[in-house]
Ligand binder design. Structure first.
Ligand code: UDX
Length: 453
């Protein structure tokens, strides 16, 4: 009891990266820590701020972009890939303001630690200068982290700037799960170019942190966990966030729910859910191939087309009238995890973002993988070849390939064992949450660890 009272007084400061795929897991973690008795302060940019009214028990402090005259950020676009340039600007210039904000918070009450997104690498030296323990939330898989940590090696082996395109299907030396094309898909040419440097700093300052929290579970990535424990002194905590809270309350877009009466009427496992996350874009031609592929598969589908997904269009204007027909529903944004948990959903065609992939695993839903960029190719490769819970389609948008992939997972015999693998993995996640299970113990250790700081 005394411990609980003690932990109730303790405050944890969380600092997410201001993008949907990073805000969601950080706020799921915040909900989890709050449920364990900690007080919560969220540091956030005004850009992409979540709805604070959804979190009446948390304190929000807005930092880094309060000055409308700061031209380093006021000129940055809010949408598209250029929005990510905020990462470079804040990592380079954010230290002074963060230190000031933390000094104010530390002067007013007892703070156990700060937990920042791993990509906020500038926060480690600020936390060190204040003697404040910094834990890291790494929002992708352990496998992806180890691949990023190997970039200097990949660079040395010539994979990042590959001229010989005949080598794309080769296995990566020292990293046999990956194919060379997975690394090439990252799209940068050297471990010292700006993105390579940022990822290098992310790896370095994650290793220097006081602890790493992963949105994963031990049974999913056991060999990778062994490597992480061997190579990184800071303790690791693997917690499957979607098993505790959905990400709905931190959605930046309004979630459409009007399709649920239709979904409720569909037979079990008969609907393909399609969504490509919060940042991807395609050309109109590719969008139309996707639409034709879905229709040609003759399967029912629920397709999230985010406004801005089709370059040059507001929403789905390029679709010819009547193409989608009765089998398909298109929405702008959905309560994704609720959809994945619905018994009518038989498979998920995803861009392989880690949250989407992991939410699907937590709900036992098989996948089709079309990675666009970054960690997505690594997630897709691991899930296809190691976990074996889906098929790898890629982003060659051709209607016949698409409809074949959909039928492989939804209808063909092959799909049966892929779906069975997905069900088994979900069961492992469920078991890991039971008293004495790996995820249960990991959460308990995290709470004890933070309380001890
Ligand atoms: C990005 C990267 O793409 C991803 O690879 C990285 O791991 C995190 O940052 P994003 O592209 O948005 O994220 O993909 P993802 O990680 O899958 O996150 C999307 C989130 O949006 C998920 O939590 C999902 O549930 C949510 N979502 C998606 C909705 O709430 N509604 C939708 O209709 C679609």
């Amino acid at each position: 009891m005394e411990n609980q009272t003690e932990s109730k007084r303790r405050r944890v400061i969380l600092f997410p990266l201001p993008f949907q795929g990073h805000i969601n897991p950080m706020l799921q973690l915040a909900n989890l820590l709050y449920s364990k008795g900690f007080s919560i302060t969220i540091l956030h940019t005004n850009f992409n701020a979540p709805k604070t009214s959804n979190y009446p028990n948390f304190t929000f402090r807005f930092i880094l972009d309060n000055d409308p005259h700061d031209q380093r950020i006021s000129n940055l676009p809010s949408h598209g890939m250029a929005a990510f340039n905020r990462l470079f600007v804040f990592n380079e210039h954010g230290a002074y303001e963060l230190r000031h904000e933390l000094e104010l918070l530390l002067a007013s009450e007892q703070v156990s630690c700060i937990i920042t997104d791993a990509l906020w690498h500038f926060t480690q030296s600020v936390a060190d200068s204040l003697n404040l323990p910094r834990l890291v939330l790494r929002t992708s898989s352990l496998f992806c982290f180890l691949a990023y940590a190997s970039f200097p090696l990949f660079d040395h082996l010539g994979y990042l700037n590959l001229a010989d395109k005949t080598r794309l299907e080769e296995q990566v030396e020292g990293f046999p799960v990956l194919k060379v094309k997975d690394i090439v898909k990252l799209g940068f040419k050297s471990s010292t170019d700006p993105i390579g440097q940022m990822l290098g700093n992310m790896v370095k300052q994650t290793k220097a942190s006081s602890g790493i929290i992963w949105n994963s579970f031990k049974e999913l990535e056991e060999p990778e966990l062994e490597t992480v424990i061997r190579d990184i002194p800071a303790p690791s905590f693997l917690i499957p966030f979607p098993k505790h809270f959905t990400a709905s309350s931190s959605s930046l877009l309004d979630q459409d729910r009007t399709f649920f009466p239709w979904l409720d009427q569909q037979p079990p496992n008969s609907v393909l859910y399609v969504s490509f996350g919060s940042t991807t874009e395609v050309d109109e031609k590719d969008f139309l191939e996707i639409a034709h592929g879905l229709v040609d598969s003759k399967q029912s589908f629920l397709w999230v087309v985010r406004p801005g997904f089709v370059k040059g269009s507001t929403w789905v204007e390029p679709l010819p009238d009547g193409l989608v027909g009765e089998r398909g529903r298109i929405v702008k944004w959905a309560p994704q995890q609720e959809v994945l948990a619905h018994e009518a959903v038989g498979a998920f065609w995803t861009h392989s973002g880690w949250n989407s992939t992991f939410e699907s695993i937590c709900e036992g839903v098989a996948m089709i993988f079309s990675p666009f960029m970054g960690d997505q190719a690594f997630n897709a490769r691991y899930m296809t070849d190691v976990s074996k819970v889906g098929v790898y389609l890629g982003t060659v948008w051709e209607r016949e390939e698409i409809s074949n992939a959909v039928r492989r997972v939804m209808v063909d015999e092959e799909g049966e064992w892929i779906r069975e693998n997905a069900r088994v993995l979900k069961q492992k996640a469920d078991v890991s949450l039971m008293k004495g299970g790996s995820s249960y113990e990991s959460l308990e250790s995290l709470v004890a660890y933070i309380s001890s700081l």
